[in-house]
Design a protein around this ligand. Structure first.
Ligand code: FES
Length: 82
C-alpha cells in the first residue's frame, strides 16, 4: 500500500513548527517508495496546529493528526507499512 502524507504549511501551522515537520517527514521518507510527502495550504483546523493527514494513494483520508510533534511524526510514519 502507498500513502500520501499531507502536512499543512499554512501560517498557523508554520508558526507551530510545520516547516520542521515537513523536512523531517521528507527525511524519514527517503528510500521508502510507499511514502509520498506533500505540503499543502491551510486545512481549516488552525486551532489544532500543526496538522497533518495520512491518505491512501487515491487521496482518501485514512487518519488526521493534530498538534503533531516530531516524535509523533516518527511513530505515525513507522506504522505506515507497504
Ligand atoms: S494553517 Fe494549518 S490548518 Fe490552518
Amino acid at each position: 500500500m502507498k500513502y500520501r502524507i499531507r502536512i499543512c504549511t499554512g501560517v498557523a501551522c508554520k508558526n507551530c513548527g510545520s516547516d520542521d515537520l515537513l523536512k523531517e517527514a521528507q527525511r524519514l521518507a527517503i528510500g521508502k517508495q510507499h511514502l509520498n510527502i506533500e505540503g499543502r495550504n491551510c486545512m481549516g483546523c488552525c486551532d489544532d496546529a500543526p496538522n497533518m493527514i495520512v491518505m491512501d494513494e487515491e487521496g482518501m483520508p485514512l487518519s488526521r493528526h493534530t498538534m503533531v510533534l516530531p516524535k509523533d511524526l516518527q511513530k505515525i510514519m513507522e506504522n505506515l507499512q507497504p
